[in-house]
Write a protein that binds this ligand. Structure first.
Ligand code: PEP
Ligand code: MN
Length: 340
């Protein structure tokens, strides 16, 4: 629940409410706005304790959070979360482009891709060093060597780095090299991993489980948030449906819906979401038009030779056209926002 203090409430009254919350074994979280303090109460069924506050002064109202996820909900935080990743703002007015190969295959191809996407306006370099592959016989990634290559590409280009972590024991290692930890679709409900990534405090992008509902996804985000990590962004990457014509079905509905339900930034991955390079640009534009705060797109110098996900990777020329189209779309959306 949320306790909204009146704007005349004194600091002593705020402290009394905070003490009461702690006394009840619940966790207070005070946020001081321009004209009033709002105190979030975390723990079990907090609303059941509302009577305990009846005799305290300075309280304007007590609001129940009706959703099963609390910290992730818009009720908890009406304003958008904006995550500052070394100066790159995720969740603000501009959609952020994260681009790079599915897997880090070697330093040359990584640097070539990083230089190219940076020159076209991408702000974050993607690339998997630890790859959770469906088949144990597929390329599993270069591990720490791959992380070092990502760090070298960051040093040269200034791009921030996002890369996947697959086990709780590797969170610390991956956080040494990555600016954003990617939690993949196959690990959305790996609660030990969520808790470790939550404890790290490092920016995290949580992909939607391919068979998860939006509520399950937001509850997974709640695991990260409830460990004190508020640098959480979500990523819609396609779900399993009856339709085999594409690898997954990119759930565009989820973009505006999750932005209604939650204050967390929403990124879209049209590469995993479609499995086909020719669909990546149209779905990227659709995602941004629907309100996505950013895109994560697979780009490879020679998609036909890629060690993973070549069929859904853009070559440089296609990526360039997409960036030009996104620029024009940003102009249209800015004019639309000014009109409203
Ligand atoms: C990826 O980004 O290459 C990837 C494996 O993503 P997902 O977890 O969405 O399948
Ligand atoms: Mn991939």
């Amino acid at each position: 629940m949320i306790i909204v203090m009146s704007h005349q409430a004194t600091p002593v009254q705020v402290d009394a409410v905070v003490e009461k919350i702690a006394e009840l074994g619940l966790t207070p979280e005070v946020s001081k706005g321009e004209d009033r303090a709002v105190i979030g109460v975390i723990g079990g069924n907090a609303y059941a304790y509302r009577e305990a506050f009846a005799h305290l002064g300075g309280i304007q109202e007590i609001v129940q959070i009706t959703k099963p996820y609390k910290l992730a909900s818009r009720e908890w935080q009406p304003r958008d979360t904006v995550i500052d990743v070394g100066g790159v703002k995720i969740g603000g007015d501009e959609a952020v482009m994260m681009a790079g190969p599915c897997s880090v295959e070697g330093v040359e191809m990584l640097l070539e891709t990083a230089r190219h996407v940076a020159s076209r306006g991408a702000q974050v370099l993607r690339g998997g060093a630890f790859k959770p592959r469906t088949s144990p016989y597929s390329f599993q990634g270069l591990g720490e060597e791959g992380l070092k290559m990502l760090a070298a590409a960051r040093d040269e280009t200034g791009l921030k780095v996002i890369t996947e972590v697959v086990t709780p024991g590797d969170v610390e290692l991956v956080a040494c090299y990555a600016d954003i930890l990617q939690l993949g679709t196959r690990n959305m409900q790996n609660y030990a991993l969520l808790q470790e990534a939550g404890r790290s405090g490092h920016p995290v992008m949580l992909k939607r489980g391919m068979s998860s509902t939006i509520e399950e996804w937001l509850l997974a985000a709640e695991y990260l948030l409830s460990q004190g990590n508020r640098n959480v962004m979500l990523c819609e990457r396609g779900i399993r449906t009856f339709e085999p014509a594409t690898r997954f079905t990119l759930d565009i509905n989820a973009v505006p819906l999750v932005r209604e339900l939650s204050h967390l930034p929403v990124i879209v991955d049209p590469s995993q979401g479609t499995g086909r390079w020719s669909l990546v640009s149209p779905l990227s534009l659709a995602a941004v038009a629907a309100g996505a705060n950013g895109l994560i797109v697979e780009v490879h110098p020679h998609p036909d030779d890629a060690l993973s996900d070549g069929a859904q990777s853009l070559d440089f020329a296609t990526f360039d056209r997409l960036m030009a189209d996104l620029k024009r779309l940003a102009g249209v959306l800015a004019a639309q926002a000014a009109h409203n």
